[in-house]
Design a protein around this ligand. Structure first.
Ligand code: 5GP
Length: 187
């Protein structure tokens, strides 16, 4: 049994998970963020090995066959997965590990680690979410519509999460997350 804490951090595309994670790791540098594998194209400004490990579908498949991926999910047209070894190691070292993960992946992890703490980040409204996605300007109309459809479905399923936090203000949402982390007994 591991001694660290595993935190599942979900929320619809465009809700501000990355920015929130940046604020969180600044406030609490000991938090360990897992870097996922993805087959999607790198966006402007994203760095390989920092935001994601960008891999080809073939390489993703090889890692999967080798048992090196803890969980994976298809999101839109692309695959996303959590590398297994680093997560196991960090948990053994007693660290608090945050997985930024969509809802299917979170459900899978809850089966493997039932003691994981799950937190879902909500937008203040669907209008705000759509505006944030549009302002980001990284998706075409088809992808944007797909992300909004997935968002509605994810928000419905967010009732299964241990906690839900509205990202109405970064500072406030970050502080709420840290309070939850500090007051919840998780392994
Ligand atoms: P994006 O393309 O916007 O970076 O990510 C799309 C979705 O994939 C987001 O909901 C994000 O949380 C999720 N995601 C990122 N990494 C992983 C992962 O390793 N596993 C799973 N299941 N979902 C992930």
């Amino acid at each position: 049994m591991s001694s660290g804490k595993l935190v599942l951090f979900s929320g619809p595309s465009g809700v501000g998970k990355d920015t929130l994670l940046e604020v969180l790791t600044k406030k609490r540098p000991a938090l360990q963020r897992s870097i996922s594998l993805t087959t999607r194209q790198r966006r402007n400004g994203e760095k390989d090995g920092v935001d994601y490990f960008f891999v080809t579908p073939e390489h993703f498949q090889e890692l999967l066959s080798a048992g090196d991926i803890l969980e994976f999910a298809q999101y839109g047209k692309n695959l996303y997965g959590t590398p297994k070894k680093p997560v196991d190691e960090w948990l053994r070292e007693g660290k608090t590990v945050i997985l930024k993960i969509e809802v299917q992946g979170a459900e899978k992890i809850k089966h493997i680690y039932p003691q994981a703490l799950s937190v879902f980040i909500l937008p203040p409204s669907m209008e705000v979410l759509e505006r944030r996605l549009r302002d980001r300007g990284t998706e075409d109309e088809e992808d944007l519509a797909r992300r909004m459809r997935i968002a509605c479905d994810e928000i419905r399923k967010s009732e299964n999460y241990d906690y839900r936090i509205v990202n109405d203000s970064l500072e406030r949402a970050a502080d709420e997350f840290l309070t939850i982390l500090d007051t919840t007994a998780i392994q």
